[in-house]
Write a protein that binds this ligand. Structure first.
Ligand code: MD3
Ligand code: FE
Length: 206
């Protein structure tokens, strides 16, 4: 379903087995070289989600190769197979992959109390789409407008296996996650509880 121009929601895109593989991969990435951790913002705030990155490390508010705000380690490489998955995702949403070549992944883990406030993703030097994959507990995803964090916005439930692609005019829209429904995930995906969101991006950096 096209929620807004360039914002395409594909419920149930990932087969259960693919979700299980991604959970296992995230478990591995969460161990390091840069561990899954709460990001500390320059204003001293601590994000309630826990994050780990591949390819490029998101250090608020810039991309770096080393996690200077965590442990100084070099970020794990972005695997080719994840780029293939990103191209398949864009092709599914838009009918053509447009030569999509993501070089960074941000993986967010939400427990039942985690939220993400309304924000824009503006650190990338590319207008290429962002691919979002949801696994585990269902959440409310709030998709807003480019002008402000406030209304108008549309609330969409994201369920395990859902794909969302944000490109074109939707690429710089404000968005957030106001609610996670704890305990709604299927244990068969390999998570006891919580929600994983994997986003793929083209940073435009080298
Ligand atoms: C629309 N993550 O990592 S995914 C983020 O569920 C982020 O963890 C949320 O916002 C999450 O930056 C939302 C959907 C999403 C991600 C990136 C976008 C929507 C987007 C970038 C531009 C526009
Ligand atoms: Fe975002």
């Amino acid at each position: 379903a096209e929620v807004a121009p360039g914002a395409v929601h594909v419920p149930g895109w990932l087969p259960l087995e693919r979700q299980r593989e991604l959970v296992a991969a995230c478990r591995d990435w969460a161990r390091g070289p840069v561990p899954l951790r709460h990001t500390v913002l320059p204003n001293g705030g601590v994000m309630s989600v826990r994050t780990v990155c591949l390819g490029w490390h998101w250090q608020p508010y810039r991309y770096t190769r080393t996690a200077d705000d965590v442990n100084g380690a070099r970020v794990a490489p972005f695997p080719d197979w994840l780029g293939d998955l990103g191209r398949a995702a864009v092709a599914e949403a838009y009918g053509d992959d447009g030569g999509y070549a993501p070089d960074a992944a941000l993986i967010n883990f939400y427990d039942g109390d985690s939220r993400m406030g309304m924000h824009q993703d503006r650190e990338e030097r590319s207008g290429a789409p962002v691919v979002s994959l949801s696994i585990g507990d269902t959440c409310v995803f709030r998709f807003g407008n480019t002008e402000s964090r406030g209304r108008p916005y549309t609330d969409v439930e994201l369920v395990s296996g859902d794909l969302f692609v944000f490109g074109g005019p939707s690429r710089f829209a404000h968005h957030g996650v106001p609610k996670v429904y704890a305990g709604t995930g299927d244990p068969a995906v390999g998570m006891r509880s919580g929600r994983l969101n994997i986003t793929l991006r083209e940073t435009g950096l080298r």
